[in-house]
Design a protein around this ligand. Structure first.
Ligand SMILES: NC(=O)c1ccc[n+]([C@@H]2O[C@H](COP(=O)([O-])OP(=O)(O)OC[C@H]3O[C@@H](n4cnc5c(N)ncnc54)[C@H](O)[C@@H]3O)[C@@H](O)[C@H]2O)c1
Length: 448
């Protein structure tokens, strides 16, 4: 009988990983607060001005073997990841300003820090975007591509990608653009042929984010989706991803309130404490908050934020504890706060014999400070996935669920939202592709 804390790794000796040689090009549709904080942060770390706090790839470790083995390398020493010095940035935005101007508008980082890396930020200028105000009502900009239909716009994005391929060895695309209006999958999303015909007919169900995703996947480039739009969460994109060995993941960076929710809810469930209500509200004053003030964009975000509790608490398994929860999520645009969001949670729980209790959480967070390291980790891990023989053809990279509010899964499979399950899944995947034993946490062997 196996009593070990570590389990056999079925992939030992099977997976191969091509080394991360040369420049990794990062292509970002949507160069606003998150994107500029990400790029400026990478440059600040490269110059030794700050530490990459919050980044699993840069600061995280992974335990290997038994607890008595004392083998705990840094993630970046354990798996072959692109180094920060090898990252090169480009992207698209509807505002033509360079990244110094965009970061100054976003007002996330101090002026002094921006000054110290000003030439780097000024050297990056967004390419004209694929944009249509129908999909983001509160935005208007001039740096926009023109074309006779959506297919032609996709071809223009592919041409941008091919140009960038000349300057970098490998590329990854990450959507840091605004949240688009709520869209449901239709027949145009069911196959590559239907999608291409749909683009030619300017089908309304094809939003700009889907056009970038199509272009990236056609060019064999991995794609991560930081917003709650469907984007790659569609059969056509999954088909393209598998076909072209271009891994995908999404959706919606798990940064503030939902991060805390996916820590607290598993604790209640582990202790079999009931929950009768969970009221979450936010005030936020950045451009993202302004976009989300539009009910159609908010609906997309709301869907993404609401799903979490049902999946974690499983009311169908525990009707007495979670069968009757009132869950509400609000986001209020409040300009004075800028990017420094405040998220309140009032949680009504109940314990032994049904006696009620309350928990209040007031998280005074910084949205883009929390999101930037996630963007970094995602591009590095997606690039790793594209170089791994075991991962590159899978399409959805479920092991990256850790980073998302609304993790993508194969059809018919429920997502894992519990942060600790997600963390274990991520680290076991790294062990798996490196041929190390998986960790089960059983551990009877220490007492034999
Ligand atoms: N910061 C967080 O904590 C967090 C967490 C989860 C998700 N997100 C999502 O990340 C995204 C970016 O957030 P942000 O705070 O940087 O917002 P932002 O408004 O500062 O930046 C978004 C940028 O995208 C651009 N844009 C919109 N549509 C575009 C298109 N079709 N092509 C190119 N550019 C386009 C806008 O002009 C803007 O500059 C949002 O969708 C947000 O909901 C952010």
């Amino acid at each position: 009988m196996a009593t070990n804390e570590t389990g056999n790794n079925p992939s030992a000796g099977v997976n191969t990983i091509t080394p991360a040689k040369g420049k990794l090009g990062i292509m970002i549709p949507g160069m606003g607060a998150v994107a500029t904080t990400f790029m400026a942060g990478v440059e600040a770390v490269r110059k030794g001005l700050a530490k990459p706090i919050g980044s699993v790839t840069q600061m995280g470790t992974v335990r290997l073997g038994k607890r008595t083995d004392n083998r705990t390398p840094l993630v970046k020493d354990f798996v072959s990841l692109a180094g920060l010095d090898d990252l090169v940035f480009t992207g698209w935005d509807i505002f033509p300003g360079n990244m110094y101007e965009a970061a100054s508008t976003a007002k996330v980082l101090d002026k002094d820090l921006l000054q110290s890396i000003r030439p780097f930020l000024e050297s990056i200028r967004p390419m004209p975007a694929v944009f249509d105000q129908y999909y983001v009502k509160r935005l208007q900009g001039t740096n926009v591509k023109q074309g006779k239909n959506k297919r032609e716009l996709a071809e223009q994005v592919r041409a941008d990608i091919r140009e960038f391929k000349k300057k970098t060895e490998r590329q990854v695309m990450i959507w840091c653009g605004s949240t688009e209006i709520f869209i449901e999958p239709t027949v145009v999303h069911q196959s590559i042929a239907a999608f291409e015909k749909g683009m030619e007919a300017n089908d309304v169900a094809i939003a700009p984010s889907q056009i970038y995703a199509y272009a990236a996947l056609m060019e064999g480039i991995p794609f991560a989706n930081g917003a709650p739009n469907l984007t790659v969460d569609l059969p056509v994109m999954q088909e393209l991803s598998r076909k072209n060995n271009a891994p995908i993941c999404g959706k919606d960076f798990k940064t503030g309130q939902t991060l805390i929710k996916t820590v607290l809810a598993p604790a209640f469930k582990a202790r079999m404490l009931g929950v009768s209500g969970w009221y979450s509200t936010n005030i936020l004053g950045n451009r993202d908050g302004e976009v989300l003030d539009d009910p159609e964009s908010f609906k997309t975000k709301e869907e993404s934020k609401l799903g979490v509790l049902d999946f974690i608490l499983q009311p169908e398994l525990y009707p007495d504890l979670y069968g009757d929860i009132y869950h509400k999520v609000r986001i209020n645009y409040y300009p004075p706060r800028g990017d420094n969001k405040e998220g309140w949670d009032n949680i009504d729980i109940f314990g032994w014999l049904g006696y009620p209790m309350q928990i209040k959480v007031d998280f005074l967070c910084r949205d883009s400070i929390l999101a930037a390291p996630i963007a970094l980790d995602l591009v590095l891990f997606l690039d790793l996935a594209a170089r791994s023989s075991e991962l590159r053809g899978l399409g959805i990279q479920e092991w990256l669920s850790f980073f998302f509010k609304s993790p993508m899964t194969r059809e018919g499979l429920y997502p894992e939202h519990d942060l600790f399950i997600q963390s274990m899944k991520l680290k076991n995947t790294l062990r798996y592709i490196q041929g190390e034993d998986l960790i089960t946490h059983l551990g009877l062997e220490y007492y034999d």
